[in-house]
Design a protein around this ligand. Structure first.
Ligand code: PAF
Length: 292
């Protein structure tokens, strides 16, 4: 049965009981692996795919559920972000060993003075549109890595830049956990799963399909020319009803630097747009078609 801890002290007690050979004192062998899946709750199949992967690969699985106030700007949706811990715990029953759900006042107290900040990678894309967002993410992820001390930590590729930023932080700070990226999960019509999809009306949800369709078209016609792919992506989204484009980019998947012209290496197309009042992001890998 899934157990719930709502303080760091409780979590440590639980882990000492059920995972004594994992984390900071782990023996390094697979049978004792501890996995962490950080989430903000409002769980959907995308989150559950991360938890299943962790379940397959680890003996003990911890899922954190914390709507992190540090990663929301004052004009963003912190207050209305969906929260339903009872439902989340029920969904995790049998999948996760522990749900860590601290409250904001104690996990991010007003007197805290430390911020974990990754330079460079956070300056563009989401970082340009949401200043301070990634400092909030990396500060909380660093705290979670410290309190759980996992061997593996799982993130979805939908937040592609977040994954790159966390990988960078983990490498720079010698975090012993392996950072595992997991594929985007989509609805049957292509919409990438997101807790924020709950804000969309039926008409807006229909309009939102423009993001995944534009990405798929660019991926299907990818010929290595980043400049023309970016132009087509942007044109396609600018012409989509109900969609206000923030960015449509083609970048190097490692450095996130914009690519120009024809190149030989891999590329990643990323988009962000507002539909109604909801900001959505999506992305896809661009690679040459494999011909049979
Ligand atoms: O991806 C998310 O849900 C959040 O950014 C994370 C990683 C849980 C940090 O608050």
């Amino acid at each position: 049965m899934t157990q719930v801890a709502d303080t760091v002290a409780d979590l440590r007690l639980l882990l000492a009981a059920i995972a004594p050979h994992t984390g900071v004192v782990h023996l390094g062998d697979d049978a004792h692996r501890l996995g962490l899946v950080p989430t903000m709750g409002a769980l959907h199949d995308g989150h559950l795919s991360l938890v299943r992967r962790a379940r397959d690969e680890c003996r003990v699985v911890v899922v954190s559920v914390f709507v992190n106030p540090l990663q929301f700007a004052p004009d963003e949706d912190l207050a209305r972000y969906p929260r339903d811990l009872t439902r989340d715990v029920a969904l995790l029953d049998g999948l996760a060993d522990v749900v860590f759900a601290p409250d904001a006042a104690t996990f991010t107290p007003p007197e805290r003075r430390t911020t974990v900040s990754v330079a460079g990678l956070t300056a563009t894309l989401e970082g340009a549109s949401r200043p301070g967002h990634f400092d909030g993410v990396t500060t909380i992820v660093a705290k979670l890595l410290n309190v759980v001390a996992p061997d593996r930590v799982y993130f979805g590729e939908k937040d592609f830049q977040q994954l790159a930023v966390v990988r960078c932080m983990a490498a720079d700070l010698d975090v012993p956990a392996a950072v595992v990226g997991c594929p985007i999960v989509r609805d049957a019509d292509g919409l990438a799963l997101s807790s924020r999809n709950a804000y969309l009306t039926a008409a807006q949800r229909h309009d939102a399909l423009a993001l995944s369709r534009a990405l798929r078209e660019v991926a299907d016609t990818w010929d290595g020319d980043a400049t023309s792919a970016r132009r087509r992506l942007r044109r396609r989204l600018d012409g989509a009803p109900g969609v206000r484009v923030d960015y449509a980019e083609v970048v190097d998947p490692e450095t996130l630097a914009p690519l120009e012209g024809v190149g030989a290496g891999p590329a990643q197309a990323l988009v962000a747009a507002v539909v109604g009042t909801t900001r959505l992001i999506d992305n896809t890998r661009l690679e040459p078609a494999v011909r049979a």
